[in-house]
Design a binder for this molecule. Sequence first.
Ligand code: 2AM
Length: 476
Amino acid sequence: PSAQIGVTGLATMGHNLARNLARHGFSVALHNRTQERVDALVAQHGDEGTFVPVSSLEELAAVLERPRRVLVMVKAGPATDAVIDDLAGVLEPGDIVIDGGNAHFADTRRREAALKEKGIRFFGVGVSGGEEGALNGPSIMPGGDREAYQALAPMLEAIAAQVGGTPCCTYIGPDGAGHFVKMVHNGIEYADMQLIAEAYDLLRSALDETPAQLADVFETWNSGDLESFLIEITVRVLRHVDGATGRPFVDVVVDEAEQKGTGLWTVQTALELGVPVSGIAEAVFARGVSSHSGQRERARGLLPGPAGRPHVDDRDAFVEDVRKALYASKLVAYAQGFDMMRSANERYGWDIDRGAVATIWRGGCIIRARFLDRIREAYDRERELPSLLFDAYFTQALVDGQEAWRRVVSLATASGVPVPGFSSALAYYDALRADRLPAALIQGQRDLFGAHTYRRVDRPGSFHAGWSGDGQEEER
Ligand code: 2AM
């Protein structure tokens, strides 16, 4: 028997991707460290396509068509390194190893370089959409050698989600570019979730309405610019009633948000690249604050704030203000995330096409949304657009929304409702558009205590002011 692709690592994601491949007519060799997973897949789903079970990596290499293609779906980290090492021992130059796990892009860059020395072509592939997506169509972000991609494209594009006949999979760039884009996707997801949560919190604080009633608000929003998977599931969560108590589900869940670390990676990377991703960072920090239960407990009885609900005269106008504030803040968060890709292109010599990324995020992944069509159009209009905020469509949304955004942040702040996502997005917006920033003062401070020099508005050069001595400015 022979197979067109092998999958090693048949836990949920590997299992479902293997089935997805088989359902699309590809013959799939199945391997797993413990044989039971192979046998179980064949027993339960063997009729869905052509599976070739194998019991060693040697056997896997023997049954695969050349160049061999092996999708590695084992635990991220040392396990992935171990399996890649073992594979390198049984593969030949020209073969392709694909890591479809949640690897850090720096690890992918390292692995790609190491395998290249052996002539093995390594792909780091971001796969978004969870279990369900893996089986029925994820968003796929492949990074690696462009020529090798030709040998993968038919398979990856077939199993990806499809939107209007376009697969949610496209070549992203060399080495770590695919996993980088997946990481940014997750960072944006953190920001989007935080902003939706702030909108809910404001509505809940200001209006005398139940979560189920507020679900109707989000449902209405879901028929406009905000239409997205995340708003859709927000409606479902808010409508959900706890079986045991009959209370709204959101009220029985402990309000401490957990995280697995991709938000952290995004922010760490952004700091290194020097890209201000305040929206993503605030979202990561907000989860952190929520989890500091000890400090929250003590603060609750100690630190004062305004009493009572935020005061709202016109309920419908307020709801519309919150919608606009959410949209504007979301726009900032996405603009910041896409800015990371621009910066990574410079740093790593990639050529990530941001319009193409928006296109493949329209389906299969967690942040899939109507909004991504607008982003794709923005990059169609100007491929090297420096910020999404400068695209005519989005600028208009900010013209229409900025007053509402300010009212919402003001009301929240005055009433003591925390809106770190909304307010930091607005601060970023105002900093970008400011005539003068107090950075000039900071430059003066730096020059005074450390002779770090400053530039002048009226002539070129670097200068150091005469803070001591004769007070004469000198050019440095
Ligand atoms: P297992 O079924 O034998 O545990 C997710 O944990 C997947 O990664 C599983 O398929 C698991 O195999 C595999 N895995 C984890 N650590 C591994 C390792 N060191 N070598 C090979 N496979 C590993």
